[in-house]
Design a protein around this ligand. Sequence first.
Ligand SMILES: Nc1nc2c(ncn2[C@@H]2O[C@H](COP(=O)(O)OP(=O)(O)OP(=O)(O)O)[C@@H](O)[C@H]2O)c(=O)[nH]1
Ligand SMILES: [Zn+2]
Length: 222
Amino acid sequence: MHEQGIDQKDIAEADLRTRRGVFRAVAFRDPVDGHEHMALVRGDVRGREDVLVRMHSECMTGDIFGATRCECGDQLGSALDAIVREGAGVLVYLRGHEGRGIGLVAKVRTHILQDDQGLDTVDSATAIGLPVDVRDYGPAARILRHLGVRAVRLMSNNPDKVSALESYGVAVAARVPLLVPVSDDNIRYLTAKRDRLGHDLPQLDTPARGAVVDGAPVSEVR
Ligand SMILES: Nc1nc2c(ncn2[C@@H]2O[C@H](COP(=O)(O)OP(=O)(O)OP(=O)(O)O)[C@@H](O)[C@H]2O)c(=O)[nH]1
Ligand SMILES: [Zn+2]
């Protein structure tokens, strides 16, 4: 099968100083989905088989405005901190993933149903005739290949993301939990992800809710 690479005209990179550290910011337009995505790269990742990687799905409410009903904003910060601690790694920020791929307006519609009718994150999507998850991880696989990453340690609590990335030919050496503390605001969302979507969220079981993990690569699974 012919494999589509990223054309030089569709990619540009520069150093980016952030509050969390300095990264190489690699902006690229994906040849398949046409979205502009960004990879933040730290350290030397080319040719390595143990690269700490986060594939982060765009969540405007959580990432930009710090909404507390989901844990996206905390995960974004924790993943960058983990990469800085590690000395090397890649965070791929994936556009077009808003609302697990249904878009921002539709996601906010699901919030209305969650708030007014008590539906969870799964039923609130299907209630408006939309799929629960239509994200494509091809762009992440293509930029990781472009960066010369040979295998990754994937920061995620979602086992499906491991198989999705592997289906694009990127080897996943391990899954690294990226757990944020449970709060009154996010407990409904986290519980639904565990019970309906099969995410591995052990912090929901610990009695000392809120005291757990900060995104450090605590223990690697598989
Ligand atoms: N449809 C919908 N999407 C949501 C909702 N809350 C958050 N999202 C989106 O969910 C995406 C993140 O996916 P999650 O299911 O939280 O987590 P994940 O990426 O599968 O797993 P992790 O790697 O462990 O973070 C982001 O794009 C959010 O915009 C919601 O209530 N409804
Ligand atoms: Zn979110």
